[in-house]
Ligand binder design. Structure first.
Ligand SMILES: [Zn+2]
Length: 317
């Protein structure tokens, strides 16, 4: 019986992994063309696999050039050797301005170090955002190797208003009333007030993880977009659902946030569109392209890896 259960779940996992791979392949295939045509996927996001391709399509490559860097800026590019106080041999490497990563959950010093090795000089927590922007900024001051910043977290604001505040350093609440129940009009207003407070503290946008707060109604989502529009900041969204089963398909989930952007006027960034849309990734990208063609400010990102994320932790009792 147990073995049967295991096999069943293995089959389910294999199917899910296959969907992930398919989404990844679709995005990969279209990446260069789309990035070139409409700049939907930026080097910020699709950094690993797309970096070189994007550099080819969007920048001129100076293959054997010498760069003169003065005060942190590229001052001269030359085919001839240039003299300088310090000479670095960058053979086989790409000289580029630091990359900006909008989707960086690991905000500890070690994670920052790894980002630097990857050429990232700005690593922002924008998908969900930290629960207390002021505390986040204070904790990073003088401690970070890279530029930092966070969105104001709708997920955390909701948890706070539902009486289950998230401790600093936590992204998501455990499932419960704060995630699963619809908010009353009064609670929605309080969530908005909390987000205004967080934006005043330096939040760079509104971060939403709708899949993690399934109790949030369509109207609550629209209200958050209206608030973002009022403050002229973008909304970063992990959309409501993935897959092809209706209701609750990825197409529906992407429609929801594009609709919210359209009616509110807020800028929208859809995070990891490949792993939400999987086999419908191309459809989702064309929805984004369609929204952009009609004047909406909508962008998306895709992981550069097939896998999502994982981490190792020790449960403390
Ligand atoms: Zn996510």
């Amino acid at each position: 019986m147990l073995e049967q259960q295991r096999l069943r779940s293995d089959t389910a996992n294999a199917a899910r992994a296959e969907e992930f791979r398919e989404g990844d392949k679709q995005v990969g295939r279209q990446e260069e063309q789309i990035a070139h045509a409409s700049n939907i996927i930026t080097p910020v996001i699709a950094r690993k696999t797309a970096r070189q391709r994007l550099i080819r399509t969007r920048f001129t490559i100076y293959e054997f050039a010498t760069y003169s860097i003065t005060n942190g800026k590229i001052a001269r590019i030359s085919a001839e050797p240039l003299a300088g106080e310090r000479v670095l041999n960058a053979k086989g490497l790409v000289v580029a301005p630091g990359f900006i990563d909008l989707h960086q959950h690991g905000q500890d010093v070690d994670s920052g170090r790894v980002k630097v090795f990857d050429g990232v000089t700005t690593a922002l927590e924008m998908e969900i955002g930290s629960p207390d922007v002021a505390a986040f900024l204070k904790s990073k001051q003088g401690q970070s190797l890279v530029n930092y910043g966070s969105s104001a977290s709708h997920v955390a604001a909701r948890a706070l208003i539902f009486g289950a505040p998230l401790p600093e350093g936590t992204l998501l609440p455990a499932a419960g009333p704060a995630t699963d129940l619809p908010a009353t009009a009064e609670q929605i207003q309080k969530i908005e007030d909390r987000l205004r407070h967080e934006l005043d503290a330096g939040g760079l946008g509104v971060g939403m993880g709708i899949q993690y707060t399934p109790g949030a109604s369509r109207l609550e989502v629209i209200q958050m977009f209206r608030l973002a529009a009022e403050r002229s900041v973008p909304v970063f969204v992990h959309v409501r659902s993935a897959g092809r089963v209706e209701p609750g398909s990825s197409i529906e989930a992407v429609s929801e946030v594009i609709g919210a952007a359209a009616v509110s006027g807020a800028s929208l960034h859809i995070v990891h569109i490949n792993s939400m849309c999987t086999k419908d990734s191309l459809e989702c990208l064309s929805m984004v392209a369609g929204a952009r063609a009609r004047g909406l400010d909508v962008t998306a990102e895709a992981y550069p890896y097939t896998a999502g994320m994982t981490f190792i932790r020790i449960e403390q009792s």
